[in-house]
Design a protein around this ligand. Structure first.
Ligand code: IMP
Length: 427
């Protein structure tokens, strides 16, 4: 067992990228196994800021192999643009350092068009997706009949045959939902995607077999989670979720590597809660404290730029995410964002129609009814960004982190007090 995994325990954007980056040096291979270019990771490396969406954070380290595994959905244009930006700043990335699964599914322009039509049809009840064609690509994967995988993309005959079957059907389906829709043309998509295929071909391989051999050879793997547990398609706040298993449950299916190989599962949490998109959010703060957190924490989406909804830490939701994923410990991120507050609240239970519960509900209608029961703790009103040791944290800040650990039910091993690598408390 020599693998580590990093999983977001809330609704995504827990600053996983920073921890992945910190751990990358101790590993040989970084594996991204779910989602697509809906994810956004900000990594500060060598004093420079990198915004990654589809590429694993391992891409910034020359000695590490980055793998985009089976469970990922790939927009080839977005991938090549992102890779191009990295190559411009950090030099060439040879195919032996960047592997893409031939089983991963491909996002086409009709996926974005379908998603826009579906979201529009839901009106005020929209999921609030990132509009990257993620859900509609996974829909085709599960439906099988309209799916195109990376292995098909890089085979020109197969690609043309599949597009000829699929595109006319997609045109009819989207036209039925959207009167203003301009139909897609097989030739145009084939020409555009053939160019991407030519550039991607050297990277496309059987990553499952590669990873199995790597495990057998004693290589150290780091699984880089995307989104968060509460956005998991099976276990999250459905239907306001993403379309893959974004809790720890997705590692095995998304990579083909058994979770029995994982020796350490690290759950990442923010010291408060954020969410983007629609759906109930029991501890949401629609007031000046919420705005303060948004401003100080720069809580605007890496991918879409949307302002994130902000609220107090929710130990019920986070504890559920932690148990789902089977974490060993947690990392509490962005503690410094709370530095200026007089007092801080932590949701320790929900009141559901007068009954106290610490169970996260199955249905969003019930989640919408949950009233948070808060524990109020004093703030520390001092700057923690320069602190490097637990013992040097203000007493109330340490108490806050310990309360989070107690309520979530797992020990805190990492505390983060700023975006830089150095701003991390590991003792
Ligand atoms: P989709 O993944 O684009 O289908 O969006 C579904 C839901 O997941 C929406 O509420 C998105 O805002 C949310 N979501 C998707 N990716 C992320 C992420 O990386 N961080 C936070 N929320 C995300």
């Amino acid at each position: 067992m020599s693998a580590t995994s990093v999983i977001g325990l809330q609704w995504g954007d827990e600053a996983k990228g920073k921890i992945v980056d910190l751990l990358t040096e101790q590993h040989d291979i970084v594996v991204r196994y779910l989602g697509g270019n809906n994810a956004g990771h900000t990594v500060i490396f060598g004093g420079e800021t990198y915004k990654l969406s589809l590429l694993p954070a391992g891409i910034l380290h020359d000695s590490v192999v980055s793998v985009i595994a089976t469970g990922v959905v790939i927009n080839p244009k977005a991938f090549l643009e992102e890779l191009g930006r990295i190559v411009e700043r950090r030099g060439n990335v040879p195919p032996e350092r960047m592997l893409i699964s031939d089983r991963a599914h491909v996002i086409f322009p009709y996926h974005m068009a379908e998603e826009a039509a579906f979201e529009k049809a839901r009106g005020g009840d929209a999921i609030g997706t990132t509009m990257r064609g993620i859900g509609t690509c996974y829909r085709d994967k599960a439906g099988r009949t309209h799916a195109i995988r990376m292995g098909d993309l890089v085979n020109p005959e197969r690609l043309r045959r599949r597009l000829e079957e699929i595109v006319p059907q997609k045109n009819r389906a989207i036209a039925a939902l959207d009167d203003d829709f301009t139909p897609f043309e097989v030739d145009a998509i084939f020409d555009e995607y053939s160019k991407y295929a030519d550039q991607l071909r050297p990277y496309v391989t059987d990553t499952t077999s590669y990873l199995h051999k790597a495990v057998a050879g004693g290589k150290k793997l780091l699984f880089e989670g995307a989104q968060g547990c509460l956005l998991d398609i099976d276990h999250g706040s459905f239907p306001y979720v993403t379309s893959s298993n974004s809790s720890g449950c997705g590692i095995h299916s998304g990579s083909g590597v058994s979770e029995r190989e994982i020796s350490k599962m690290i759950g990442i949490v923010k010291a408060y809660t954020t969410r983007v998109g629609g759906g109930p959010f029991p501890t949401e703060l629609d007031d000046e404290i919420g705005q303060h957190i948004r401003d100080v924490g720069n809580e605007y989406g890496t991918v879409t730029g949307r302002p994130r909804r902000c609220g107090w830490f929710d130990a019920v939701a986070t504890g559920y995410g932690a148990r789902l994923s089977g974490v060993d410990c947690i990392a509490v991120m962005l503690v410094d964002v709370l530095d200026g507050l007089d007092e801080i609240k932590i949701c320790e239970a929900y009141d559901f129609n007068g009954v106290r519960t610490t169970d996260f509900p199955s249905h969003v209608e019930d989640l919408a009814q949950m009233k948070p029961i808060y524990r109020t703790v004093p703030g520390w009103k001092s700057d923690t960004t320069g602190v490097r040791k637990r013992a040097d944290l203000p007493a109330n800040a340490l108490k806050y982190v310990e309360t989070v650990a107690e309520l979530v039910g797992y020990p805190v091993e990492i505390i983060s007090v700023g975006p830089d690598r150095e701003q991390t408390i590991l003792d």
